[in-house]
Design a protein around this ligand. Structure first.
Ligand code: C5P
Length: 211
């Protein structure tokens, strides 16, 4: 079974995808990490993220980079949304994502274009969203817990800028697949959102509820 989970930054899609993978016993790929690895490599190499050739050169990152905690930072996310708009970068990362999706037994992938480009054949597709204010508040709370002192307004404007870039790019923009279920997490706790996601996947795939 292939499950595609797409949505904007800080919508809860990563948490939901990990919970679905644990629930159904499937391997999980956070595809945003691949774009973050490219971003991190470009910055390390002193390249220009706006330059398609600099970003393409950074696609040959070593797998060990994927476990670098620096990839999770806000700046890496911002630069990831710049390098991810280059068609050659997307093309360089597509094979790895498609083979992960098509492995025997299935997989859960989360990102921006899983249901539309990477696995249009997915058995279940979720488009996870929440208002920009809710996403900014969640991200801001996380940052405060981690001891960082960025303002809520700055987080909100970064989220809006990232949404604009991800939705406006020509190559595989962030979009809800026609056959995806919309899961708005604005008024849901994490647990409620996960339960709703499991119910939607069960409904779509005919899986028997567990437990
Ligand atoms: O999901 P995450 O915030 O880690 O993604 C970082 C950036 O990578 C996104 O803002 C988006 O521009 C890009 N991305 C993408 N396609 C994906 C996953 C992430 O373009 N499938």
């Amino acid at each position: 079974m292939i499950i595609a989970v797409d949505g904007p930054a800080a919508s809860g899609k990563g948490t939901i995808a990990r919970a679905l993978a644990a629930h159904y016993g499937l391997p999980h790929l956070d595809t945003g990490l691949l774009y973050r690895a490219v971003a991190w490599r470009v910055l390390q190499d002193g390249g220009d993220p706006e330059s398609e050739s600099d970003a393409l050169a950074a696609c040959s990152f070593e797998d060990a980079v994927l476990s670098n905690p620096a990839l999770k930072g806000e700046e890496t996310g911002r630069v990831a949304s710049i390098v991810s708009a280059h068609p050659l970068v997307r093309a360089a990362l597509i094979k790895r994502q498609k083979s992960f999706a098509q492995q025997p037994g299935g997989a859960v992938l989360d990102g921006r274009d899983i249901g539309t480009v990477i696995a249009p054949e997915a058995d279940a597709k979720l488009f996870v969203t929440a208002t920009p204010q809710t996403r900014a508040r969640r991200r801001h709370d996380e940052m405060q817990k981690a001891g960082s002192d960025g303002s809520y307004d700055k987080v909100l404007s970064d989220i809006r800028a990232r949404d604009r870039r991800d939705m406006a790019r020509e190559s595989a923009p962030l979009a809800q697949a026609a056959d995806a279920h919309l899961l708005d997490t604005t008024y849901l706790s994490i647990d409620a959102a996960v339960q709703r996601a499991i119910a939607l996947v069960d409904e779509r795939t005919g899986a028997k509820p567990q437990g």
